[in-house]
Design a protein around this ligand. Structure first.
Ligand code: FES
Length: 323
């Protein structure tokens, strides 16, 4: 029975059974619900009272297990902690779709094999340092300051909302995804881990630099793990550990020094800084096409007004670094 404060909730739910349906469709269900009702409860009501064939994953209904992640009005999030009221207020309806970047098994259930494979690939377990064994009888020899360095990464519930929201995962299967990298960070900063250098060196060539810095993972994360910030930390630590050794890190370091020179980007120089002179050769056809449309890219940019103020920022950030 609808309560006094119930509102109309039009739900449009993605339905698809690969191998049976020719293509996905959206089925519309009209419900009357309290605005506080979670989207998950709305879907369960549909399944219990209207359409028992609707498939979805859930378990705890308390934002703990991470199994109910899906796209709600285009945003990847937990259905059990997304109330219907604000969605209806904002969009006038609720469109529910399965998570992106993972193939659909049926309706709202996706195959998470690639997500878990990336997690396995970063070896998410402590590799104790044989030269510094943990003291006996003191299982957690970490100071509060060392624990602080984890930031909020231990809060991750592996819901895959970040993986679903990530355009780098969509663009390149070599990208491990935000969750795997946030978990990797957690082991890299763990002082008990003996493999943190190896982990940093390996990840430089195993997808770290494919991150697009869009921060959509941080926006999607229901536990405020802020994966994009931890990916940034990993990049900085990887350069500190090994130097800028491949295209991604050379691009990042080149960008920083490049801007410092004139306060604006010298694009042709940045290509050289990223690929080196020989490595630039395969880029030539692409560069020529850009130059025809925008010849100014080949010119050395004039220093911007107030470039000396910019230099003060660089000096304040890193007094040791030569110009
Ligand atoms: S059902 Fe467990 S997080 Fe939503």
């Amino acid at each position: 029975m609808p309560t006094a404060s119930a509102i109309p909730v039009p739900l449009e739910v993605y339905r698809f059974q690969p191998g049976v349906d020719a293509k996905p469709s959206y089925r519309r269900y009209e419900l009357e619900l309290s605005p506080h009702t979670p989207v998950l409860s709305a879907l369960l009501k549909v399944r219990a009272e209207v359409d028992p064939t609707l498939s979805l994953r859930y378990s705890c209904r308390s934002a703990i297990c991470g199994s109910c992640a899906m796209r709600i009005n285009s945003k990847s999030r937990l259905a059990c902690e997304t109330p219907v009221g604000p969605e209806i207020e904002r969009h006038g309806r609720i469109v529910v779709e399965p998570m992106a970047n993972q193939p659909v098994i049926r309706d709202l259930v996706v195959d998470q094999a690639s997500f878990w494979k990336e997690y396995e690939r970063i070896e998410p377990h402590l590799k104790p340092d044989p030269l510094h064994p943990m003291p006996e009888g003191r299982p957690n020899p970490m100071t509060p300051a060392e624990v602080e360095r984890f930031h909020d990464t231990p809060r991750c519930i592996a819901c895959a909302a970040c993986y679903s929201a990530c355009p780098a995962v969509a663009a390149d299967p070599a990208f491990p995804g935000p969750m795997a990298l946030a978990k990797l960070y957690r082991f890299v900063v763990d002082p008990r881990d003996g493999a943190h250098q190896d982990r940093l060196v390996r990840i430089q060539t195993e997808g770290l630099w494919l991150c697009l810095r869009c921060h959509l993972c941080t926006e999607a994360c229901p536990k405020d793990v802020r994966p994009s910030e931890r990916i940034r930390d990993l990049k900085e630590m990887a350069i500190a550990a090994q130097g800028a050794t491949e295209h991604g890190s050379r691009h990042a370091v080149g960008f920083k020094t490049n801007i410092r020179a004139a306060g604006t980007l010298n694009e042709s120089r940045l290509v050289r800084q990223t690929f080196g002179v020989v490595g630039m050769l395969p880029q030539l056809p692409h560069g020529l096409a850009i130059w025809r449309k925008k010849p100014e890219v080949a010119k050395r940019p004039r220093p911007i007004e107030g470039a000396d103020e910019l230099e003060k920022i660089y000096e304040a950030l890193d007094p040791e670094e030569p110009r």
